[in-house]
Write a protein that binds this ligand. Structure first.
Ligand code: ZN
Length: 330
């Protein structure tokens, strides 16, 4: 992308970030509830996660058990609901979804960075995850622009995971619209990861009493309220959850798994000096609060420039990467 085009793109894209307007009534969601089990859509069995009403229509949030992609399906197209995680285990015992949840179960002991922290793509590259914890600062748009510049020869949208919070969405409507524009115009393939609604944090508290381990945390509300907000803003929640501060406990992870969500950590939090390797889930912050992480990622991109050009260093989508890990092609 040359400079003139980049400028035009940025100006144009700013125009697409419409001013905040009240949500149309038909976007509002009601009767939101867990609806975990197996349903049949057409002739295919898939995983059901949630049921809700939007306007006067009922929808299910469903997930493909192999590539983990989620979508919304009108309830009338879904038949034969078999309730519970047990039904999922029985119907899809060898699926990527079930294997991923079992892997999380094995890595739920530690206080920080439990869950799946890396994947193993067959080719070289990383999974990029960008966290949007609550912040007063604007989105790091330069990061997305740098990705577009570096991967400009790519025909496919650039895969990136964005871990989003309700409090960030409340304050950054225009930035959110800008990212949705990048997604809609196929520049990016965004996996929207639930990062809790309020992302509570008090600097003076020790980790074991902080973030979602803080007293009076309503875990169900933190998860479901954020999903509702994502849906009302036109984002489809993925099957993934990232704990604020990557801080969790066995109980918390069990609760999240019980909601049908796969806990994602990171083995390469760049601002903390962790070095990425092939298959790393790299963590940076796109909310303006951790410029050092963005700087480290820009350095990484620069060091891989020639490999990006000859396609020997890539970005992978979280779902695709896990699919490759758990179901390697023969
Ligand atoms: Zn966070």
């Amino acid at each position: 992308m040359n400079k003139a085009f980049l400028l035009i793109f940025l100006i144009f894209s700013n125009l697409t970030g419409q001013k905040t307007s009240p949500k149309p009534k038909q976007n509002l969601i009601s009767h939101y509830q867990l609806h975990i089990g197996v349903v049949t859509v057409g002739d295919q069995k898939i995983i059901s996660l949630r049921e809700f009403m939007q306007g006067n229509k009922t929808f299910l949030l469903v997930a493909n058990p192999e590539n983990l992609k989620t979508s919304l399906v009108p309830e009338e197209q879904c038949t034969g609901f078999q309730q519970g995680m047990v039904s999922i285990d029985k119907t899809f015992p060898e699926s990527v979804y079930v294997k991923a949840l079992k892997t999380v179960q094995k890595h739920e002991i530690s206080l920080q960075d439990a869950g799946i922290t890396s994947t193993f793509p067959k080719e070289n590259g990383i999974v990029l995850s960008v966290d949007l914890c609550p912040s007063e600062k604007p989105l790091e748009k330069g990061l997305f622009v740098a990705l577009m510049t570096n991967f400009k020869q790519n025909k496919e949208p650039i895969p990136v995971s964005v871990s989003i919070t309700g409090h960030w969405m409340l304050n950054h409507k225009e930035d959110l619209n800008w990212m949705k524009f990048l997604e809609k115009t196929h520049r990016f393939d965004i996996t929207w990861v639930n990062h809790s609604y309020s992302h509570r944090y008090i600097r003076s508290l020790p980790l074991q009493l902080n973030f979602m381990l803080m007293k009076q945390t309503d875990v169900r509300s933190e998860v479901l309220k954020n999903e509702i907000m994502m849906l009302e803003n036109g984002l489809t929640p993925s099957v993934f959850f990232r704990f604020p501060g990557l801080v969790s406990s066995k109980n918390l992870i069990d609760t999240i798994s019980g909601f049908g969500l796969i806990t994602i950590g990171s083995d390469a939090w760049l601002a903390k000096g962790q070095k990425p390797h092939h298959g790393s889930i790299v963590l940076i912050h796109g909310n303006g609060n951790e410029p050092y992480g963005i700087h480290k990622f820009m350095e990484l991109l620069k060091s891989k420039q020639s490999k990006i050009k000859d396609n020997s260093w890539k970005l992978y989508g979280l779902g695709n990467s896990l699919e490759e890990y758990f179901k390697p092609a023969p």
